[in-house]
Design a protein around this ligand. Structure first.
Ligand SMILES: *Cc1c(COP(=O)(O)O)cnc(C)c1O
Length: 219
């Protein structure tokens, strides 16, 4: 079913939208099946699992860390990760910069903003985000590149609420773009939308969706 699911989703999303196949908790052979169906971008939310799967699967996969990341674990993924979605502090960015430097790389990151109603979800407030981008420390970091924003909507059946939250993130992106990244084309990603809400997210400006259960089945 994985190939069929991927084909259905690909047929639905516009060409400018990047599909991240969220493979957390799924065994390597299922990722291989998606790979054989042409998928090259995979997202995981646990460092150990990401490292294990990186070791087992083809080298041309782009691995995205989509989950909350603790600073003390950055070193394990710094050699190979291609995008870190959930940067929610200057402290974490500092550590990513340090580990990227050790690996002689520039690591792409998204700032995760808190757009949901629920308190439990991680993420920066808009002001926190601006503070990071305006700090001298950030400006001097040479081994991280902030390439966009990420957010998760509230888990609710209220479509209008979800739509509003996605709009909020798109608005944050636009304001940050015009203030800090006007001449920087690499600040271009809005990572929002999962299996249950990606169509809405795309309508509201998402250009990167993170889809798990609709590809691999429920967890
Ligand atoms: C699990 C997860 C997803 C995918 O969720 P599905 O509902 O299975 O599509 C997307 N983003 C993050 C951050 C996740 O942890």
């Amino acid at each position: 079913m994985i190939r069929e699911n991927l084909e259905l989703i690909r047929a639905e999303i516009p060409s400018g939208v990047t599909l991240v196949a969220v493979s957390k908790t799924k065994p390597a052979h299922m990722l291989q099946e998606a790979y054989d169906a042409g998928q090259r971008i995979f997202g995981e939310n646990k460092v150990q699992e990401l490292v294990d799967k990186f070791g087992e699967l083809p080298e041309d996969i782009e691995w995205h860390m989509i989950g909350h990341l603790q600073s003390n674990k950055v070193k394990y993924i710094a050699p190979f990760v291609s995008l870190i979605h959930a940067v929610d502090s200057l402290k974490l960015l500092r550590e990513i910069n340090k580990q990227a430097k050790k690996n002689d790389r520039i690591i792409n990151c998204l700032l995760q903003f808190h757009i949901a109603e629920e308190e439990s979800k991680f993420g920066l407030s808009f002001d926190d985000g601006r503070e990071i981008l305006e700090s001298n420390e950030f400006v001097e970091m040479e081994n991280v590149s902030v390439v966009g924003v990420m957010g998760m909507a509230t888990f609710t059946s209220d479509q209008e609420q979800v739509r509003d939250e996605f709009r909020t993130l798109e608005n944050y992106f636009n304001v940050l773009k015009s203030h800090y990244f006007k001449f920087n084309d690499s600040f271009e990603h809005i990572s929002m939308g999962m299996s249950g809400d990606y169509k809405l997210a795309i309508e509201e400006g998402s250009n990167m969706v993170r889809i798990g259960s609709s590809i691999f089945g429920s967890r």
